[in-house]
Write a protein of this length. Structure first.
Length: 259
């Protein structure tokens, strides 16, 4: 860990990518897909609403946390990330979550925890490129594939640059992180009959996503007590990269109207 003192621990988990440029109305906490880092969201800084502070989650296995142990189950992951949100002063104040794929599952778990401990603080949940809790996981499971088959499947999904996938040294560093978080995403489920969130949900899917398309994401609206929506965006699974401008316009419109 770099730095010292209590702020260093917070920055290790939740670096601020851009402070609000006017009086802060809320914070947007972004959670990346499996293997992703906060850098995925740095290009958002110039286009995000000026009253919103932009943060992103940094889990073990990347950046300054490269050598830290990876998570292999959901309970300690949610517990530790939520503790970081509390320490950072985010959980108790107005905030929204955006998560994509694996990050969407984690965003839902955090919103559920925040709704119980800090009712009303989570103003909106954006879930992007992720099946809803009751929808079965697409087969075959990627995390169970042999390394070469796994890399071929990741390459077919897009989103990971070819120069990364083709560099053996880079992949030796990042493949364990990608596979560990892909496993968590694929084994994730929720028992039926869970209470619905008192948080509006905006669920988004890529028109050409062969895995988490409309059928897989349609159920998200049933998990909220508030008016929620299902939106189709152009692109495949990684529409957050290929259609960033449209995605950010969609997010900004919802955040502006969020009390």
């Amino acid at each position: 860990m770099t730095g010292s003192g209590p702020r260093a621990g917070v920055d290790r988990w939740l670096p601020v990518l851009r402070p609000a440029r006017r009086a802060r109305r809320l914070r947007l906490v972004c959670l990346p897909y499996a293997g992703g880092s906060p850098d995925l969201f740095r290009p958002w800084a110039d286009q995000l609403d000026h009253e919103v502070e932009l943060l992103a989650l940094r889990l073990p296995g990347r950046g300054v946390r490269l050598r830290e142990p990876l998570y292999d189950s959901w309970e300690p992951l949610v517990e530790d990330v939520f503790a970081a949100l509390v320490e950072a002063g985010v959980a108790a104040e107005p905030h929204a979550f955006f998560g994509h794929s694996f990050g969407a599952r984690l965003a839902y778990e955090l919103a559920d925890r925040a709704a119980r401990e800090f009712p009303g603080a989570t103003r909106r949940l954006f879930v992007s490129g992720s099946r809803s809790p009751e929808h079965p996981q697409h087969r075959p499971l990627l995390h169970e594939m042999a390394p070469d088959a796994y890399l071929d499947a990741v390459r077919a999904m897009g989103g990971t640059p070819a120069e990364v996938l083709d560099d053996p040294a880079v992949m030796r560093l990042f493949l364990p992180t990608m596979r560990a978080e892909m496993r968590l995403a694929e084994i994730w489920s929720r028992p039926p009959g869970q209470p619905r969130l008192d948080v509006p949900i905006t669920a988004m899917y890529g028109r050409d996503d062969p895995v988490d398309g409309r059928a897989a994401t349609a159920g998200w609206r049933r998990h909220s007590l508030r008016p929620s929506e299902l939106l189709e965006l152009p692109g495949g699974h990684f529409f957050l990269d290929t259609h960033r401008d449209l995605l950010l316009a969609t997010i900004n419109a919802r955040l502006v109207s969020t009390a």
